[in-house]
Design a protein around this ligand. Structure first.
Ligand SMILES: N[C@@H](CCC(=O)N[C@@H](CS)C(=O)NCC(=O)O)C(=O)O
Length: 228
């Protein structure tokens, strides 16, 4: 039986752009687990009531409901140990750092570059909620947040230096093979890659080269994704 994944969708139900849901899409593919995705929009609170909270990703695996991407990764590793996502306790501890870094530095940096673009791809019924909740969070209009991004994108690219330095020494963040650390960073980059046409990475950036290899994994899962 397939695992069910409640997955953020845009106005186009095939446009899936949540950085957290993509981490789980990659993790499921890594473990070879079949998945059925159910499109979810920001204002469909009732559809997640069974999980006791209001954010995606949420998975239903047999009788078990799990939300929060890190908790889902932990569940998958415990329930389906091979192939491993973390490579043991030390690998999991290091992936926890990557997860925290991606959630703060990467997600925060990317949001300031593409948040107004998101308004154009989300479902029209979500637009008022999205604008008011994000403008309250930033204390600025979405247009103000995104303004001047051409001048600011270099600083975002600079923030990826730790990834670049690791990829100089090894092919994957996981070392000789991809691991959940790769899924976290690539899943986060799927967000702008799917929802915006603004180029976050330059083509000659080793991070872009690695992201291209990530897109090709698992039968080209990331490359086949619908893009805005
Ligand atoms: N820490 C959570 C974050 C999940 C999250 O923020 N999901 C977003 C979609 S990308 C969401 O559902 N937001 C609902 C909202 O903003 O109302 C995780 O890792 O899964």
């Amino acid at each position: 039986m397939s695992i069910i994944l409640h997955d953020l969708a845009g106005a186009d139900p095939d446009l899936r752009f949540s950085p957290y849901c993509w981490r789980i899409r990659f993790a499921l593919a890594h473990k070879g687990l079949p998945v059925e995705t159910i499109p979810w929009r920001f204002t469909e609170r009732d559809a997640l009531a069974f999980s006791g909270q209001g954010k995606v990703p949420v998975i239903q695996d047999g009788g078990k409901t799990v939300f929060d991407s890190w908790s889902i990764a932990e569940h998958l590793e415990a329930a389906y140990p091979t192939p491993t996502l973390f490579g043991g306790a030390a690998g999991k501890a290091h992936a926890a750092f990557i997860n925290a870094w991606a959630d703060s530095i990467m997600v925060g940096g990317i949001a300031r570059l593409i948040v107004r673009d998101l308004l154009d791809v989300i479902d029209p019924k979500d637009r008022d909620y999205f604008r008011s909740s994000r403008e309250a969070r930033f204390g600025q209009t979405l247009e103000e947040v995104q303004a001047g991004r051409e001048d600011r994108v270099a600083a975002f690219r600079e923030s990826l230096m730790p990834v670049r330095l690791v990829l100089r020494r090894q092919e994957w963040l996981g070392g000789a093979a991809p691991s959940y650390a790769d899924h976290i960073v690539a899943g986060t980059l799927m967000w702008p890659s799917c929802a915006s046409r603004f180029a976050l990475l330059t083509e000659d950036d080793p991070v872009a080269g690695w992201f291209g290899r990530m897109l090709d994994l698992y039968g080209g899962l990331g490359r086949a994704a619908k893009r805005a």
